[in-house]
Design a protein around this ligand. Sequence first.
Ligand SMILES: [Zn+2]
Length: 391
Amino acid sequence: MNEFQEYYYSHPYARELDTFVLSCHACKEGYEIVLKDTIFYPEGGGQPCDKGTIQGITVLDVQRKEDKIVHILKQPLPLGEKVHCVINWEHRYDLMQNHTGEHIFSGLVKKLYGYSNVGFHMGEYICADFQGELTEEMIQEVERRVNHAIWANLSVNEIFCTPSETGKYEYRSKIEIAGITRIVSIDGYDMCACCGMHVSHTGEIGVCKVINFEKTGNKTRVFLLSGRKAFDYLNHIQQENSKISKLLSANPLEISSAVSDLGQRYLDLQKSYRQLSTEIMLKDAKQIPMYDAILYTALLADYEAMRVFCNQCIKKGISTVMVIAKNEIGYAYVIMSENVDLQSIRAEFNTRIHAKGGGNGEMMQGSCTATPTEISGAFTTLTGATMHIVS
Ligand SMILES: [Zn+2]
């Protein structure tokens, strides 16, 4: 049961503490250590545990076991001795900024749209699951209001109440609490039962940014960042945007239209390249010497152009035509033949060159990771045809 007597509740901004070792027992991961008091928050309520050291030894994990806070260390600590504890403040303060930011966000979603927060996880991003469908506009409105609450620098208060007193308050809660309930209250925005760590004033959050959201069934998962983590994320985005704007010689605030123009130019060029490659292939088809079977390497992996080339060669009187061209997987191939029943060899051929493809008795095509030599070799083995390389 959590009675909220630990040092980190009464001193949420304490970074160091001298205390005594009450117990030290060997466990699977090393040693389980219980201290007289602690500044280490144990994992719980969606918030990860604190990081840091005790007597210079790294704390691997912190868990609540019944009414005790257990610290896991690789090395033992002397029973009854005074030890010096230091928490990783940057890590803790990130969690405080992000936890309070999430409370305001979830409180506003409940207030504006009536959807409860039904899941909460603090990892690389803060994930909050809401029992309802939130649109982009709804999320933007919540985000705007969260930042107003941050700039108003409201105080974040704790209310401790016994089961008989909880009825006095209207607050968000995921579970029934048997003992003392700690309600974290931000006037006008949120009241929520919580055992996690929070900043004392909303201004300390700095900024809250929605990074992404996704719908899963009738729920919406929102990915959030607040405080330093939000700043670092936005800074990263800004640096990337700056690089792109320099590469495109475009105004950073109008980067999407510059990228869209570039995309269109690429499509136009691709079209021209395709036309040109097809023209070259058709010109080559006219000049190719007469063999019974040929292997031609095309400039562009375009199945339609490759089939047109094969047709031209077959019309000329070449019995078997194989065209290959480099693609994003490895090689694309098209084979046409007048005297080989391609349907009968297709499955075996594709298996030998690890290809995926289709076709009929006269034509087959596909894509594979095999080399041109392996592709023509597999065909020769199955049909006995001698492939003459013509490009
Ligand atoms: Zn909370």
